[in-house]
Design a protein around this ligand. Structure first.
Ligand SMILES: Nc1ncnc2c1ncn2[C@@H]1O[C@H](COP(=O)(O)OP(=O)(O)O)[C@@H](O)[C@H]1O
Ligand SMILES: [Mg+2]
Length: 254
């Protein structure tokens, strides 16, 4: 891969929490516009890798670059400003606000990162953008609904709209299908495939069907280590992956 084709480069990153080595020596690269899934059973270290990339906590060792810039010691806000957006494994929505208001607030944050913040001047354009974003994630009829009244699936769609509102270069999603019904899962696959192709996507997903349906490359985590990387076909036919997923550590509550 040529250097300027690389969106994200994670080099030998490790993280310990007290005595627990949650992530050990993980390296990975995401090319511009590439879709990568990271799979693995509960406790494999997937969310920790995400949190290290997003800057939620510092690495114990290793290095993280976004578009060639060393991000290893930058704040989460600065990383967001460099084009990195993420959703969380548990929801961070404003429950009392409507779907549209949540996206409006997210958009406001991204404008705030720009040089001039003049909310009154921008607001009608911003509402226009809000409806486009809701439409993109399949929530056009739901703008006026209070978050607490949305289904679980709709809340995750809304989170996706909020992440997209930041116009990210790299979008990271942590188990977007957690708690979804089979119909909602199918719908999510469609939404993820429709993400604009210039956005690189790093998807953590316990559900292998979704992970393999969306990505061109898959990374398998186990016990804090990256144990395998390959095409969806490689992963599907891997005896090791089958063992891990069918072994005693499978936890479908993830
Ligand atoms: N903030 C934290 N403090 C202490 N231990 C943590 C923390 N976050 C994760 N861990 C531990 O790190 C390991 C990997 O967890 P995690 O990255 O959440 O796995 P996954 O997302 O693959 O289920 C687990 O043993 C978990 O208990
Ligand atoms: Mg996790």
């Amino acid at each position: 891969m040529r250097d300027d084709d690389i969106a994200l480069k994670v080099d030998a990153v490790s993280k310990s929490f007290g005595g627990v080595r949650a992530v050990r020596d993980v390296s990975l690269e995401v090319a511009r516009g590439e879709r990568i899934s990271m799979i693995g059973t509960n406790g494999a270290g997937k969310s920790t890798v995400f949190n290290l990339i997003a800057g939620v906590f510092p690495v114990s060792s290793g290095r993280i670059e976004l578009f060639g810039e060393n991000l290893t010691h930058l704040s989460t806000a600065k990383r967001a400003g460099r084009g990195l957006a993420r959703t969380f494994q548990t929801s961070r929505l404003f429950e009392q606000l409507t779907a549209a208001e949540n996206v409006f607030v997210a958009l406001g944050r991204s404008e705030f990162r720009g040089r001039s913040l003049r909310p009154a001047r921008y607001s009608s354009a911003r509402w226009e953008r809000v409806s486009q974003l809701l439409e993109r994630v399949g929530l056009s009829g739901k703008g006026a609904a209070v978050v607490a009244d949305l289904s679980h699936g709709e809340q995750r769609q809304l989170e996706l709209a909020m992440a997209l509102s930041l116009q990210p270069k790299l979008l990271m999603l942590d188990e977007p299908a957690a708690g979804f019904s089979p119909v909602e899962r199918q719908h999510l696959v469609t939404l993820l495939r429709d993400i604009p192709e210039e956005i690189s996507l790093l998807l953590i997903e316990h559900d292998m069907d979704i992970a393999l349906a969306v990505a061109s490359r898959v990374i398998v985590m186990h016990d804090g280590e990256k144990i395998l990387e390959g095409t969806p076909e490689d992963i599907r036919s891997s005896e090791r992956v089958r063992e891990i997923y069918l072994g005693g550590s499978v936890d479908n509550a993830a």
